[in-house]
Design a protein around this ligand. Structure first.
Ligand code: HEC
Length: 139
């Protein structure tokens, strides 16, 4: 009886650990080729969501380079969207699942490439306000 409780406990915590820490371990250099072959038509050469096919899409693919999207585009979100498709993460099914086309390491590589479009982390809020807004005119 005690043994069973122990085993259940161990399995439970292992699953929790796996969920808590996601490691992408992708190679952006390798992923670039995949991106240029399979993704640019919609996502655009520079990841801005302005590929040739994007004009016909609603919703449009997001701009990977826009700081507005940076917080949402976590390693895990990007990996999961590519692997399981937009619908699996509550977004548009126009973004298909690539798990039947790409191997897991290819998905990780192309995800790393997508993440390389992300701008450097935004500066602290007060600095952003300082940098973003023109100084109030002096009276
Ligand atoms: C047929 C056009 C099309 C192709 C090809 C395509 N995507 Fe997408 N993708 C989309 C659209 C549209 C969305 C936006 C879904 C939404 O915001 O609801 C999207 C969303 C994404 C997202 C999530 C962005 C977010 O805002 O959450 C990632 C990451 C992504 N695509 C990566 C890829 C990668 C990598 C490839 C190539 C293997 C690829 N896509 C190929 C259309 C495409």
């Amino acid at each position: 009886m005690h043994k069973l409780v122990l085993v259940v406990g161990l399995v439970g915590s292992a699953a929790f650990a796996a969920e808590a820490k996601f490691e992408l371990k992708g190679d952006a250099g390798k992923g670039a080729t995949t991106f240029k072959t399979l993704c640019v038509s919609c996502h655009g050469e520079t990841g801005k969501g302005d590929g040739a096919a994007a004009a016909a899409l609603t919703p449009k693919p997001c701009n990977f380079t826009d700081p507005v999207n940076a917080e949402r585009l976590t390693d895990e979100h990007v990996y999961k969207t590519i692997k399981d498709g937009g619908a699996a993460v509550g977004r548009s099914p126009l973004m298909v699942a690539w798990s039947s086309t790409l191997k897991d390491d290819q998905i990780r590589d192309v995800a790393a490439y997508v993440l390389s479009f992300k701008p450097a982390p935004a500066p602290a809020k007060k600095d952003a306000a300082k940098a973003g807004k023109p100084a109030p005119a002096k009276k």
